[in-house]
Design a binder for this molecule. Structure first.
Ligand code: DX5
Ligand code: ZN
Length: 229
């Protein structure tokens, strides 16, 4: 996984057909997705349950590019090894998920994956100021995690603060929640490079009719790139 700050679209399979994850991953990659975003929820850290490492391992062979695993679970540390073994390229943990996020990030890198830190909307940028060198990605949540299809919460000031904090370091800024062609320009202009989108990518398409996925991905990317100038 090489580093660059080009706009990357990461469809969230939370909005895919759960009975056809393998085919859905292949379809979104064929339609132009850069990364595949995989939302793991435990019904404890967030009020919803999705799936765990066995499902990640099952879909891995259907993903050619980056598998970006977003852990909305607490505790995190006992499961890092399993998600790394399942083939996650990026493992993101929430800064709110426990008292030892520094150790969690060390463990993620130690397991051979890129380390991400996610911040809920109520968490300030300063929560990660001591962690920038431990991280490969900072995920700014623009919804309260747990569900797809929620309304975008404007976190532009936080994104700008993080972008300034990161400087020249090779750390991605990822945005997760409510990203569509209307909101993508705001976050791209503020300094984000990885845009997660669930409903705005999968809307109107299906595994048997995947062309709308491509139209949706292109629309988000074009809006984001135009805002960067
Ligand atoms: C929210 C998840 C997101 C979600 C995004 O808890 O982390 O990845 O699937 O979905 P949309 O794009 O529909 O807001
Ligand atoms: Zn997510």
């Amino acid at each position: 996984m090489s580093f660059d700050r080009s706009i990357k679209i990461a469809p969230s399979i939370l909005a895919a057909d759960f009975a056809a994850f393998g085919a859905e991953c292949e379809a979104i990659e064929a339609q132009g997705a850069d990364w595949v975003h995989v939302d793991v929820m435990d019904g404890h850290f967030v009020p919803n349950i999705t799936f765990g490492p066995a499902t990640c391992a099952a879909i891995r062979p259907h993903i050619k590019g980056v598998m970006d695993v977003h852990l909305m679970i607490a505790p995190v540390d006992p499961y890092i090894e399993a998600f790394a073994k399942a083939g996650a390229d990026v493992i993101t943990a929430h800064v709110e998920a426990g008292p030892h996020i520094h150790r969690t990030l060390q463990a993620i890198r130690g397991a051979g994956a890129k380390a991400g830190i996610a911040l809920n909307p109520g968490t300030p940028a300063s929560a990660v100021s001591e962690l920038i060198d431990m991280a490969d990605l900072i995920c700014v949540m623009t919804v309260n995690p747990g569900f797809g299809g929620q309304q975008f919460i404007d976190m532009t000031a936080k994104i700008r603060d993080l972008r300034a904090m990161i400087g020249d370091r090779p750390v991605h800024i990822e945005i997760d929640g409510g990203v569509d062609p209307k909101t993508a320009p705001l976050v791209a202009a503020a300094g984000a490079d990885v845009l997660v989108a669930g409903s705005a990518v999968f809307r109107g398409g299906s595994v048997t009719n995947p062309a709308p996925y491509g139209d949706n991905i292109r629309a988000i990317r074009a809006a984001a790139e135009a805002a960067r100038g």
